[in-house]
Design a protein around this ligand. Structure first.
Ligand code: URA
Length: 432
């Protein structure tokens, strides 16, 4: 039995918490035996004083064992998942998972919803009419064996400590902390019984981590946690200063994902999807050269597209969207924003466009809000591109005038045009 006040004082004074005390804190908080005010106080002390390597390992392990841990031993394939720290227009998981599955590696993907200005894979998938992101555990294993891919939300019983602690962090200003973010993400991923994990740590205005140095620290910390647990991790640092691809929203991002699976996607989304698919196959034990040719073949043969179709059907969605994407929701109302001068695109700000997306209804202002699957943006320009006055920069698909005006007010400063040529962004900054 420990005293919570004593543990808070230790952390406040920069002393180390021992493993048993950490286990006790996570267990008792999950069981409602420690009040929110005491845990928030400890969390704030962690934000200021950080955690040692031993504390972080113990905290992550205690979270991981706060509920069920998946047992996927009945699935006779290597199992690899991917996690992105979140961004704007980041639909990579949607084409990626079926490509990797079509190459013979199982992808038990557990994703999240949009958070703040960022979009979420579950919200995008649910824009497919009928698609459900909650399936029962026996269907999960069966689908993973039959199709090789499942795309669902976190179950209630997996890492319950994170659900409670994350909600408390959200309400107490204690989200931005490398040890708290890494233990939150890694406890959930390590509970999935994986043979490998690919992490996409985003950097830039539209990301959690605004600087490369912070993103690098987060990526290294999560990789070390994976290694300590015996789960190999490959972490990419990738740009999130401008939106990924040409669409931001939900249904429109599904349309773009189908384009990628057909081999007709935008260059940046295609490049990241292929790089991640190859890295996931290597994590699953495939040889690097074979991984590259397998990924290309999965796309060019149509196998990945067929896997996507089977996945949609298995999870209750309308598989007809693959052949006829006009079956996805749309509002039919558009407003085009044009360049007011000629020059070069110097900035196409991911954060501003993400916030405008929330105002339009593509994301949530509050947790309990519904998202509108049909609204969103088509982004016609990339940083570095030359533009002429009057050329379309953004097309807004909107549902009501009030939300449109609110989104337009944020978009005013989002795209900057200069006289001097500007270099294009570096998409893949590094791999760890
Ligand atoms: N995503 C998570 O799952 N947890 C965090 O702490 C931050 C982002």
């Amino acid at each position: 039995m420990y005293s919570m006040v004593e543990q808070i004082r230790r952390k406040r004074d920069g002393l180390e918490l021992d493993t048993d005390a950490i286990r006790w804190i996570i267990r008792e908080y999950t069981a409602d035996e420690i009040p929110d005010y005491q845990l928030s106080s400890l969390l704030m002390a962690i934000v200021f004083n950080g955690m040692t390597t031993d504390e972080l390992a113990a905290w992550t392990d205690a979270m991981l064992h706060s509920g069920d841990v998946l047992d996927l031993s009945s699935v006779d394939k290597a199992k690899v998942d991917k996690h992105s720290t979140g961004g704007v227009g980041d639909k990579i998981s949607i084409p990626l998972a079926p490509i990797v599955a079509a190459c013979g590696v199982a992808v038990p993907m557990m994703s999240g919803r949009g958070l703040g200005h960022t979009g979420g894979t579950l919200d995008k998938l649910e824009s497919i009419p009928g698609f459900t992101t909650q399936i029962d555990p026996s269907a999960f294993d069966r689908q993973l064996t039959d199709i090789g891919v499942v795309m669902v939300g976190q179950t209630e019983r997996l890492v319950p400590a994170d659900r409670r602690i994350y909600a408390l962090r959200d309400a107490t200003g204690t989200v931005p902390s490398v040890p708290l973010i890494s233990s939150s993400i890694m406890s959930k991923k390590l509970a999935e019984d994986l043979d490998g994990l690919l992490l996409d740590v985003k950097v830039g205005s539209g990301a959690f981590m605004k600087t490369e140095a912070d993103a690098r620290t987060l990526a290294q910390t999560m990789s070390d946690l994976g290694a300590a647990h015996g789960t190999p991790v490959t972490a990419f640092l990738t740009d999130m200063s401008q939106p990924l691809g040409a669409t931001v929203g939900n249904a429109n991002e599904i349309r773009e994902s189908i384009d990628v699976l057909r081999g007709n996607g935008p260059q940046d989304v295609t490049e990241l999807t292929i790089a991640f698919a190859r890295a996931m196959l290597v994590l699953a034990g495939h040889d690097g050269e074979r991984a590259a040719s397998d990924v290309d073949a999965a796309i060019s043969s149509g196998a990945a597209l067929t896997t996507m179709e089977r996945l949609i059907e298995a999870q209750g969605g309308d598989p007809g969207v693959i052949e006829d994407p006009s079956r996805l929701p749309s509002t039919g109302q558009h407003r085009v924003i044009e360049a007011d001068r000629s020059g070069f695109i110097a900035r196409c700000d991911a954060y501003d466009i993400g916030v405008a997306g929330v105002r339009l209804g593509a994301g949530r202002a509050k947790k309990e809000d519904d998202v509108d699957p049909a609204v969103g943006f088509t982004v016609h320009v990339d940083v570095g591109a030359p533009v002429d006055a009057g050329q379309p920069l953004l097309t807004v698909e909107y549902r009501d005038d009030e939300r449109l005006e609110s989104a337009l007010s944020v978009l005013k400063g989002a795209i900057e045009i200069t006289d001097e040529p500007v270099p294009a962004r570096t998409l893949i900054i590094d791999t760890i």
